[in-house]
Write a protein that binds this ligand. Structure first.
Ligand code: SF4
Length: 633
């Protein structure tokens, strides 16, 4: 079925209580104001849920929407966003995934899927163009995500895409997440347990339609130019071998990740991981290649290799064990950044003991870590407590555990000790603290590796600081007036206005997640800024759009997320680390002091609110901000 972009979008509603589906139009003004993906999902979540919605109740919804450009040839635009009211945070749970699922949903004729109600027995949903069925899933219940995917692929053929939950979702682990096409997980959406509470094991899609573009010639030209720009980014050369875009740029540790990870990687076939022609450039089709030892044959794709090297460092385990850790999280269907590191910290502090767990939890003990994962996913023994997430677990554990809760707004921070990891980077700190969904920088400066100062990839390539600064100022796709405010006059990348950078990336990442661009591909290199996105969008949809309108849409989407969490009770007081982060030494050892004191952080936050047009007390967007952004609830 062709999908003309100049008509209204199509929402497929699947009601699990009634076992009925309905097709609803996506209002045109909503489509153009919020796009699809994150923007549309946030708008719909605002419409359909309230502070009274029980995340595990039948009244909660799960929205799965590919980005507006997902399925087209726009570079790295394969993404799909999953959004729900989070059972972990009671706020917005939203996460982004790759794979072919989004493309296939579009080809089946739908721009978004909303799941509501709850089934009494396990079912899966099969969407094959216009044929939509609720099918008994008793025989799949209990299987892990790899096994479910393989069974459903056998049953329905290889041209299908499968999103499924694992044992963690079935047992309502609060940070469980679904897995798409076996290897992709929107880890921070927390929709796994919500789908489990609805007894929905999987959603498979198969589509045979085509995706119609408004002006194919203009679109192809815009795509060609974007790809050329991406490929001309000099930082690639320093990153190509290890395969992960951020590997060298973000971590200025002097560690040569190429040498560490190279022996354990092999390149997979092109086009299998995502329908994205950029994957060999970004190294997303790198697969784990462990030939011997206890983890030989580990089955996991290695896009974002920093995650694995980070896991290995974090738990003091080998890289093959870190691959296995990730494979287990994927198979069991839960966010790898759950409360696991918190358990280690409590254990190190003597708050969590062998009496709780039944075994010692020590850094470097790979078997203990894998055992812990399984206990949590199956809610066995003390795993039942950790399955509640750090904040709830702390209340059960007591004995001072509350002092060390590693969350912001209830969501575990990705870095084991953020004050050590983020030292000196107020833009990354603020990205974490102000992310509406909570503790990570993925709605902000995540992956921004070019400033301040001299990027490590440039040092590696022998590019001087002055040359790098000139290159960056020329390269950055940012309006000249904004560049002047950010970098001063004359412009200098050594001391940018870090708050304005934070805000810029809050908006840009909101657009990526709504148009369907991949953060792996786009953000690190600042490769696809608003000018390029506006050209591609205009050619695809026929809606004339300029770069500033793209950024305004990003601002609108970010503010709408903030409004949702404000409705759920978040105020400016929640834009902070837990008190202990400011007052007690870190166990990380190297960096004993917090990067910024509470007063300093508050000073930055106050300016951030002012720049944004938010009330500093309530942390809510002011009425004039909502009016300027044309946000109507
Ligand atoms: S850049 Fe990599 S992870 Fe991103 S959409 Fe392309 S293949 Fe997938």
């Amino acid at each position: 079925m062709p999908l003309p972009y100049d008509e209204k979008g199509t929402l497929l509603v699947a009601d699990l209580t009634e076992k009925k589906t309905q097709i609803k139009p996506i209002p045109r003004d909503i489509h153009s104001k919020y796009y699809l993906g994150l923007g549309y999902n946030t708008w719909l979540l605002n419409q359909k849920t309230s502070p009274d919605t029980d995340p595990f109740g039948a009244e909660n919804i799960v929205i799965i929407s590919p980005g507006l450009l997902t399925g087209t040839d726009a570079p790295a635009s394969s993404r799909v966003e999953v959004t729900t009211k989070s059972p972990l945070t009671d706020l917005i749970g939203t996460g982004n995934s790759g794979g072919h699922w989004g493309l296939r949903l579009k080809k089946a004729g739908y721009d978004a899927l909303m799941i509501k109600g709850a089934s009494k027995k396990p079912v899966y949903l099969s969407i094959q163009d216009h044929k939509i069925q609720f099918i008994d899933a008793e025989s799949l219940w209990g299987l892990d995500t790899y096994e479910t995917t393989s069974q459903l692929t056998k049953r329905h053929g290889p041209e299908t895409s499968i999103m499924t939950i694992g044992p963690a979702g079935e047992r309502l682990v609060r940070f469980a997440a679904p897995v798409f096409d076996k290897q992709h997980m929107p880890g921070r959406c927390h929709a796994g347990g919500v789908l489990g509470s609805k007894k929905l094991k999987a959603v498979l899609v198969k589509g045979t339609g085509t995706i119609k573009l408004h002006d194919p010639d203009a679109f192809n030209e815009a795509v060609r130019e974007s790809e050329k720009r991406i490929r001309s980014y000099p930082g690639w050369k320093a990153r190509a071998k290890a395969g992960s875009m951020g590997t060298i740029g973000i971590t200025d540790t002097g560690v040569d990740y190429d040498e560490i990870v190279g022996p354990y990687l092999k390149r997979g076939p092109q086009g299998v991981y995502c329908p994205c022609m950029m994957e060999s450039l970004y190294g997303c089709n790198l697969l784990a290649d462990v030939k011997d030892g206890p983890y030989s044959g580990v089955d996991v794709a290695c896009a974002g290799i920093t995650l694995y090297s980070g896991t290995a460092e974090r738990y003091g385990i080998s890289l093959p064990a870190a691959f296995h850790f990730n494979e287990l999280c994927q198979r069991l269907g839960m966010d790898m950044f759950g409360p696991f590191f918190y358990a280690y910290e409590l254990s190190q502090r003597g708050i969590l003991t062998e009496k709780h767990l039944g075994f010692k939890l020590e850094y470097g003990d790979e078997k203990a870590l894998m055992k812990l994962l399984r206990m949590v996913a199956y809610r066995e023994g003390f795993g039942d407590v950790l399955a509640e997430g750090s904040t709830r677990a702390a209340q059960i554990i007591g004995g001072g555990a509350e002092r060390y809760i590693p969350t912001v707004k209830g969501l575990e921070v990705m870095q084991p000790d953020a004050r050590a990891a983020l030292k000196g980077n107020i833009f990354t700190v603020l990205s974490v603290l102000t992310n509406p969904r909570g503790g990570d920088d993925l709605k902000g400066t995540h992956g921004v590796s070019n400033y301040p100062g001299h990027a490590s990839w440039a040092i590696k390539l022998g590019i001087s600081e002055e040359e790098h600064s000139k290159w960056l100022l020329d390269w950055l796709d940012m309006p000249p007036d904004y560049k002047k405010i950010v970098f001063g006059d004359p412009q200098d990348t050594a001391n940018p206005d870090e708050l304005l950078i934070t805000i810029w990336y809050n908006h840009l990442t909101s657009v990526y997640n709504s148009l369907g661009f991949c953060m792996f591909a786009s953000s690190v290199a600042d490769a696809l800024g608003p000018t390029y996105q506006a050209r591609i969008y205009t050619a695809a949809t026929g809606v004339q759009t300029k770069a500033d309108e793209i950024m305004e849409a990003g601002e609108r989407i970010f503010n709408l997320m903030r409004l949702y969490v404000n409705r759920m009770g978040v105020t400016s007081k929640d834009d902070h680390w837990s008190e202990t982060y400011y007052t007690e030494p870190s166990l990380a050892g190297k960096e004993l002091a917090p990067a910024f004191s509470k007063e300093e952080t508050q000073r930055h936050l106050n300016r951030y609110y002012k720049l944004r047009g938010w009330d500093p007390e309530t942390g809510k967007p002011l009425p004039e901000t909502l009016k300027r952004l044309k946000i109507v609830l």
